[in-house]
Design a protein around this ligand. Structure first.
Ligand SMILES: *Cc1c(COP(=O)(O)O)cnc(C)c1O
Length: 355
C-alpha cells in the first residue's frame, strides 16, 4: 500500500533528493567512493557546498549584502547564536509557540528581552498583531511558521529594527524579502534535507555587531570567512540539500512552490471546514500552509483513536498531533504531492460516512 508521509520533521523529501543521495552514498561523483567517506575539502564536495550556497542565493534572491552559511547544531543552536552575535543591549521577540519561547529563554542570557506579544494564553492558536517594537531594539525575532500549532505569519511586520526569523518549517515555501532581515535561519529537516545542517542567511554588516568575545564556533564571522568549512560540515545533509534545491529550481522555483502549497492547504482546510467530524485548531486567518492542525468536534471527540487507526490503515503516516495540541497534524511541506493530500481528504470522507 502507498504510504503518505505527513510527519512534522524530519519529514518528506522529494524522491529526486532521496534517489540522488542514495546513489552518491554508493558512488559519489564517479570517485568510486561513498559520499560518506570522502574529504570535505576534496574538489567534488567543495563543488557541492558551493553549488548549494549559490542555489539558496538564487532561489531566495539573496542580495549581495548577505551571506549564506551551513552550520551544525540544529535550529536550536541559533536560539543562542543569534543573541550572542547580535544582541548588544536589548532585543524584541514575538512569542508564538514553543520554539519562539525557547529562543526567548536563550536571548535572556545575553541582555534585555522585550516580548512584544504572546498568544500563549490561547495555546498559541493565533498570531498576535498590533504590537509595538521598541525602536532601540537590536533586532525583532519572529518564528514565521509555528510547526506545532499550525499557525503562520502571513504579513511580515513593518518595524523600524532589523528582523531575525526562524524559518525552519517554511523556508522555500514562499518568496522572502531577505533584505529586511539581519538573520534568517532554518534547520534542514522540514523542507530541505535530513537533519544535521542548518541554513543561516546573515547580513554582512551584522557580523561582530554585539562587540563581545564569542567562542570561535559560535561566531558567524568564522563560518562566513571559511565558507562553511571552518570545521567538517554535515556532508551528507548538504549533499541532500543541494538535490532538493535543484528539484525546486527544476520545478519552477519558489513561486511555483508557493502556488502548489496554497492549493494543497486549500484542499485540506476545505475538507476540515466541511466535514462534520472535524474542526481546525488555529484562527482561520493565521492558518499555516505547512502544518495543518485539526481535532474532532466535541460530540465526536471519543472517535479520535478510531480515526487514528483508520487513517493509519489507509497509509496516512505521522498525522498524530503534537502532545501540546492533541488531535491531528498533517504536515504538507514542499515535497508533499497534492495527491497525498487528496488521499487524506478521501480518508476523512470515508470515515465520516461510517459515523
Ligand atoms: C523543528 C523546529 C525547530 C528545532 O529544530 P532543531 O533542528 O531540532 O533544533 C526550531 N524552530 C522551528 C520553527 C521548528 O519547526
Amino acid at each position: 500500500m502507498k504510504k503518505h508521509n505527513f510527519y512534522a520533521g524530519p519529514s518528506i523529501l522529494s524522491q529526486y533528493t532521496i534517489k540522488n543521495t542514495a546513489d552518491a552514498i554508493l558512488d559519489f561523483a564517479n570517485t568510486g567512493l561513498s559520499l560518506m567517506e570522502v574529504s570535505h575539502r576534496g574538489k567534488e564536495f567543495v563543488a557541492v557546498c558551493d553549488g548549494a550556497r549559490d542555489l539558496v542565493k538564487e532561489l531566495l534572491d539573496v542580495p549581495a549584502t548577505h551571506d549564506v552559511i551551513f552550520l551544525g547544531g540544529g535550529a536550536s543552536m541559533q536560539f543562542c547564536m543569534v543573541p550572542y552575535n547580535l544582541l548588544k543591549k536589548k532585543a524584541s521577540y514575538l512569542d508564538t509557540g514553543t520554539w519562539a519561547s525557547k529562543a526567548i529563554k536563550e536571548a535572556k542570557l545575553f541582555g534585555e528581552v522585550e516580548v512584544v506579544a504572546s498568544s500563549k494564553e490561547k495555546n498559541y492558536t493565533f498570531i498576535p498583531k498590533n504590537y509595538t517594537v521598541s525602536d532601540d531594539s537590536d533586532y525583532f525575532h519572529i518564528t514565521t511558521n509555528n510547526t506545532i500549532y499550525g499557525t503562520q505569519i502571513r504579513q511580515i511586520p513593518e518595524v523600524n529594527v532589523p528582523l531575525v526569523a526562524d524559518m525552519s518549517s517554511d523556508i522555500f515555501s514562499r518568496p522572502v524579502d531577505v533584505s529586511k532581515y539581519d538573520v534568517i535561519y532554518a534547520g534542514a529537516q522540514k523542507n530541505l534535507a535530513p537533519s544535521g545542517v542548518t541554513i543561516v542567511i546573515v547580513r554582512k554588516d551584522a557580523l561582530n555587531r554585539a562587540g563581545r568575545p564569542i567562542p570561535t564556533m559560535l561566531n558567524y564571522m568564522t563560518h562566513v570567512e571559511k565558507e562553511s568549512m571552518f570545521n567538517t560540515p554535515p556532508v551528507v545533509p548538504i549533499f541532500a540539500a543541494l538535490q532538493t534545491l535543484k528539484w525546486y529550481k527544476e520545478n519552477g522555483g519558489i513561486t511555483a512552490m508557493q502556488k502548489k502549497n496554497e492549493e494543497k492547504a486549500a484542499v485540506l482546510y476545505d475538507e476540515i471546514d466541511r466535514n462534520k467530524l472535524f474542526r481546525g485548531t488555529s484562527e482561520t486567518e493565521d492558518r499555516s500552509l505547512m502544518n495543518v492542525c485539526f481535532v474532532m468536534n466535541d460530540e465526536y471527540k471519543e472517535l479520535e483513536p478510531e480515526f487514528a487507526t483508520f487513517a493509519a490503515a489507509a497509509g496516512m503516516i505521522g498525522i498524530k498531533g503534537h502532545r501540546s495540541v492533541g488531535g491531528f497534524r498533517a504536515s504538507i511541506y514542499n515535497a508533499m504531492p497534492v495527491d497525498s493530500v487528496k488521499a487524506l481528504v478521501q480518508t476523512m470522507q470515508d470515515f465520516e460516512k461510517q459515523h
